[in-house]
Structure formats: C-alpha cells, structure tokens
Ligand binder design. Structure first.
Ligand code: AMP
Ligand code: GLY
Length: 447
C-alpha cells in the first residue's frame, strides 16, 4: 500500500513510525514532514505552503492509495475534499464535518440538537457581551469557561473561578494574536469529574474504538498554569468503567453521526472526543477534535501492538487492500491491546505563548524513533531542525515527546523520566512536567 502522510509534528513522527511496522505498507511519503522522519518516509519535494492541487497532483503521480492526515488545519481547509475529487481516500474528514473542531460554536449547536451530554453554553460576539455573560455565569455557578470558537492550538480556553481570571482570559482572547479565532467565543459552565480522551476511527460503515488516554493540558505540575496543546499522557485509563467505550458510542458518537447525516455529512477519520467523566453523570463532552491528539497519538502508537495501517484501511474501506474485511466494527476498547505507556512532552522555555526557540540544544538522533520497532523507550520529534553530524537542533514550542512503556505505570514513568533527564542534560532551555502518570501509578500500586 502506498501511503501519503500529511503533517510535520510529533504526532506525525509517531504515525510514520507506526505505519512503517505494517505488513501492508510498500511506500510511505510525507508532506511536509521534518528531518527526524528521514528514515521512515520520503518527503514530497513541495513546501509546506504548497496548494492542495499541487499535493494532489504529486499523489496521483505517485499512485498513492491512501492519505493519512495528522493535523486539523488542512482538514478544515478542505484537504480531504481535494483528494476525494481525485478518487484518493483520506483518513480525516471533509471540510463540513471538520467544523466539529474548527468551530466550537458549530460543535455545541450540533450537540444541543443531538442531545449529547455537554456543558450548558452561550455563544458571544464581542468583548462586551462575552464579559457580561461570563460574569453572570460565574456569579450563578461559581465558575465559567471561555473558549475561542476558532482553531487556537489548545491555547484559546480559559477555565475561571474568579473575576480576575475572567479578565485575564478576555485580555488574551481579544487583545492578542488570538483575536481571529475569538471572533465568536463560547461561554460555558464548568464540568466536574475526571478528564480523558477517547479515539474512535470511523468510516461510512465503520465504528472502531482505538482507546482512551489522559492528556495533561496545563503547563505545570499539579495542573497549574495556562492551557497548552498537551504536556504529557498516559494510556490505558484504568479508572474508567469496563464498558466506557460502548457508553461513548451510544450517548455521543451515534447521535453525533446521525446529526451530521441530517445535514448531509458523513465522517471518515479519527474522531477525538474530549470527555469529563463522573460516576454520577457518566461521560460529558468537553470538545471534539477531528484527528488524533498530540501527544495522545504518540502514547497510543507506542502502547498498541495492532497494525494501525490495516485498521485505518479497513475503517476507510480501501477495498483493494482489505477486500471483504471492511467494514470495521469493534465498539469495545479492550485495554489488553495497550501496554502501560506514558508520554512526557519537552517544550521550549517560552511555550505556550512565546515564539522564540529558547536556548537551542543539540540532541543525538539515535534517541528518536527510527525505522525499527523501538525498545521500551524512545522519542518522537516535534519542532526540530537538522543540527548537522547526525544531531537534531531543538526548536520552538513542543519540541519532542518521550514515550516509554512498562509492566505498570510506575515502570513506564521511571523509563520515561530517565530519558527526559538525559535529554535535559543536553538542552538547558527545556521545560516539562514531572507528574505525568503519577496519580495513576500511585493508584495502581495501592490497588
Ligand atoms: P478544549 O480545547 O475545549 O478541550 O479545552 C481545553 C481544556 O480546558 C480541556 O481539556 C479541559 O481541561 C478544560 N475545559 C474545557 N471546557 C471545560 C468545561 N466546560 N469544564 C471544565 N473544564 C473544561
Ligand atoms: N493534546 C490535545 C490535542 O491534541 O488536542
């Protein structure tokens, strides 16, 4: 199978590594990719800003069978539509359903129509209305969440429990580079429970549960500091009920697919369901994303022994490859497929708001995932550049994700943090959280 992967971050490095282990793969190409993917995929000779028509033309020339799209932005701009017109299936939804992530206002409206459990909300236009609604909700319920409706890389959400926090959130939404994404702002109630994410791989006839992961969204230990794109993860999620995946399909995914169908849309690709889970209420939706998570993809790819390319091809119904094995229907998410795995993100010191790369460090490339199936610990590269002599130069933002697995979370953490410390010795500008997987490792030891 000839596959084109789209994207250039840690998530796509993990996908490239995972797809390489499939017996179905004959050639893997990536656009635009990055330097650490060199041994895993051939980069298309096109810049990251190339028009979709150029990428589609290149894919036709290369007889690509399937496109796997990592990030949300190209999907919300119609990447899957462009490939569909050329008869090439894409793992990733078309522009219509991609609004589930690109517009929080669209997602909330659809959830309301489909009666999917989620926080009560209002959509506001402009700072004055937003302040008024937020202060009223804060007074009524003791908390409020402000969310830029448009794409903001996880940085446009402010969970507030006092007026000072509301003012700080308004300031970032309306007086920073986020103001475009904040043209509409969703003001909603605070949900209570434990947070986790669920990943479903869907096609017109397919329903498949990849699994659950817990992401650490706040920058600092103990869930302090601003929201980020994610600072670390663990999988599987032992504190969920055994039928958690079936519950999410029943109360979230089926009603959502029906509501999309009523608007003439179907869904093909990964649906990321951000959830708040409480014993009393069960799952409530925090957000939808139309892709795998970053770093959830890294943690799941490293944890899972299954052949992802086969599963993706079956979900998308690539019949030349999977024949009668389509559709793929597996609602249960049995955690025996997943090793206990943690992922720790290392970011530049200016993350999440700065754009400077911080103090650059030079890292040996053998620390990163190459073509073989890795040992019990490795790293996937996000924002890196070539540093010469087989080394990588750290970049801005979330630079890399260390992943490690073990017999339990305690062992996985020990392996991950030993590697993190070794990397930090080469890179003085790094920041990372020390408590990824700590609570669940302690719970596991007590059990
Ligand atoms: P989102 O981009 O919508 O996932 O929001 C980012 C993070 O903010 C989530 O992962 C939660 O930790 C938090 N959050 C968002 N909405 C709510 C809510 N209604 N109640 C509590 N926390 C929330
Ligand atoms: N880690 C959160 C996300 O990918 O949206």
């Amino acid at each position: 199978m000839r596959v084109l992967l789209v994207g250039k971050g840690g998530r796509e490095h993990a996908l490239a590594w995972k797809l390489n282990q499939s017996k179905l793969l004959t050639s893997l190409y990536v656009w635009p990719g990055h330097v650490a993917m060199a041994g895993l995929a051939e980069r298309l000779p096109l810049p990251g800003e190339a028009a979709f028509e150029q990428v589609v033309a290149a894919a036709k020339e290369l007889a690509i069978d399937l496109v796997v799209c990592g990030p949300e932005a190209p999907l919300s701009l119609g990447l899957a539509d462009a490939f569909a017109s050329a008869g090439i299936p894409t793992f990733g939804p078309k522009q219509g359903p991609a609004q589930l992530e690109a517009s929080k206002a669209f997602a909330k409206e659809l959830m309301a129509k489909a009666q999917i459990p989620t926080a009560a909300y209002v959509v506001c236009q402009g700072e004055r209305e937003c302040r008024q609604q937020a202060m009223a909700m804060l007074e009524r319920t003791g908390g409020v969440v402000l969310k830029a409706s448009g794409l903001a890389s996880g940085k446009g959400v402010f969970v507030c429990t006092d007026t000072a926090a509301v003012e700080a959130g308004l300031d970032r939404l309306y007086h920073s580079d986020m103001s475009l994404a904040a043209a509409s702002v969703v003001v909603e109630e605070v949900l209570h429970g434990r947070e986790c994410s669920f990943f479903a791989w869907l096609g017109p006839k397919s329903r498949f549960s990849l699994g659950f992961a817990v992401d650490y969204k706040r920058l600092s230990d103990g869930d302090q500091g601003p929201n980020t794109g994610g600072m670390g993860c663990y999988t599987p999620v032992p504190w969920l009920p055994a039928d958690a995946a079936e519950q999410v399909h029943a109360v979230v995914i089926e009603p959502l697919l029906q509501a999309l169908a009523a608007q003439g849309m179907d869904y093909q690709g990964c649906l990321y369901v951000g959830l708040m889970w409480s014993k009393a209420v069960g799952p409530q939706v925090v957000e939808f994303n139309v892709r795998l998570g970053d770093p959830e993809c890294q943690v799941l790819a490293f944890a899972d022994d299954r052949d992802w390319l086969e599963l993706i091809a079956r979900a998308c119904g690539v019949s030349s490859v999977v024949g009668a094995r389509h559709p793929l229907v597996e609602l249960e998410a049995p955690s025996q497929h997943l090793h206990h795995t943690v992922a720790v993100v290392m970011a530049a010191s200016s993350y999440p708001y700065g754009t400077s790369a911080g103090v650059a460090g030079k890292l040996p490339s053998e620390w990163f995932a190459g073509s073989s199936s890795a040992a019990e610990v490795t790293a996937f590269a996000g924002s890196v550049q070539s540093g010469g002599q087989g080394a990588l130069l750290t970049g801005a933002g979330r630079t890399l994700t260390v992943v490690a697995r073990g017999k339990g979370f305690h062992e996985a953490r020990q392996r991950a943090y030993a590697r993190v410390e070794a990397i930090a010795a080469n890179w003085s500008g790094a920041q990372w959280r020390r408590d990824i997987g700590l609570s669940v490792a302690n719970e596991q030891e007590r059990a």
